[in-house]
Design a protein around this ligand. Structure first.
Ligand code: ATP
Ligand code: MG
Length: 140
């Protein structure tokens, strides 16, 4: 295994409930280091671009509306096998299917309002990090 980076979003359902710290603690306890972090209000265009891969899915418009319904915290996480480590601590997309001790089991409200996003491959992590961060904003 190697130290790699992944991209994370603390979604509006979590920031609304003051869970930025709670989610971040679970990420850190899983062995991930926050090497960049900022709280932003996404524009509709930004959210549509970010989720473009899902643009044909029936839940796309609702998902974009949810993601701009309040602030999010975008983060770059670093650690051993960061994409997989993060996906494991996040838990399944639908919190009903998520394992005990995962972020989504602990905090998610629904399959849509599921508290966190995490990149699903090293390739997408690099694309997503570049979408939100300048190189000088990432300090490892
Ligand atoms: P993410 O990409 O946010 O990390 P994921 O990889 O677990 O989540 P995806 O299949 O990429 O899941 O879906 C992206 C997001 O779209 C989900 O996190 C969720 O917020 C929303 N979503 C996925 N499936 C549904 C659905 N059936 N109904 C409503 N929203 C959904
Ligand atoms: Mg995904």
């Amino acid at each position: 295994m190697a130290v790699t980076r992944t991209f994370s979003i603390i979604k509006p359902d979590a920031t609304r409930r003051n869970l930025t710290g709670g989610v971040t603690k679970m990420l850190e306890d899983a062995g991930l280091r926050v090497v960049a972090s900022k709280r932003i209000q996404m524009t509709r265009e930004q959210a549509e671009g970010f989720y473009a891969v899902h643009s044909e899915r029936p839940f796309f418009n609702d998902l974009v509306t949810f993601m701009i319904s309040g602030p999010v915290v975008v983060q770059v996480l670093e650690g051993e096998d960061a994409v997989l480590t993060n996906r494991t601590v996040m838990g399944a997309t639908n919190p009903d299917n998520a394992d005990e001790g995962t972020i989504r089991k602990t905090y998610a409200e629904s399959i849509e309002a599921n508290s966190v996003h995490g990149s699903d491959s090293d390739e997408n992590a690099a694309i997503e990090i570049e979408y939100f961060f300048k190189p000088e904003e990432i300090v490892g």
